[in-house]
Write a new protein. Structure first.
Length: 117
């Protein structure tokens, strides 16, 4: 399991910028059951991003689906690609807040949540 400080973007902050819209991408907590095996990845959550905007049209035309994708960058392996979304808010619940450490985020995830049945 890679640790959070293997993140290449610590040394090269420009890697955090989305190549499609030049906005800073946000840390996105990788689902534990995903095949990526990374603590988190960077995802462009800019709703004005052309890549994401064109995605809606592409998915509609090609697959007749109401879906799109956002740009994803893996700071551990260095690979990037699309991550599918089905709504404007999809995936946002996994954004690690700015300034919060990965460890703190994981701890909060593990804590029981109030108001949940
Ligand atoms: Zn973007």
């Amino acid at each position: 399991m890679p640790v959070a400080d293997d993140d290449k973007t610590m040394a090269q902050p420009e890697l955090r910028l989305c190549p499609h819209c030049q906005q800073e991408m946000l840390r996105w907590y990788t689902p534990p059951d995903s095949t990526w095996g990374t603590p988190y990845q960077y995802v462009c959550f800019n709703d004005e991003c052309g890549y994401y905007q064109r995605g809606w049209e592409w998915m509609q035309t090609k697959y007749n689906k109401k879906a799109s994708y956002r740009h994803r960058y893996n700071p551990y392996g260095g690979d990037s690609g699309p991550v599918p979304v089905w709504s404007v808010t999809a995936l946002r619940e996994r954004i690690i807040p700015e300034g919060m450490s990965y460890e703190t985020y994981v701890m909060l995830q593990a804590a029981p949540r109030r108001g949940q049945a």
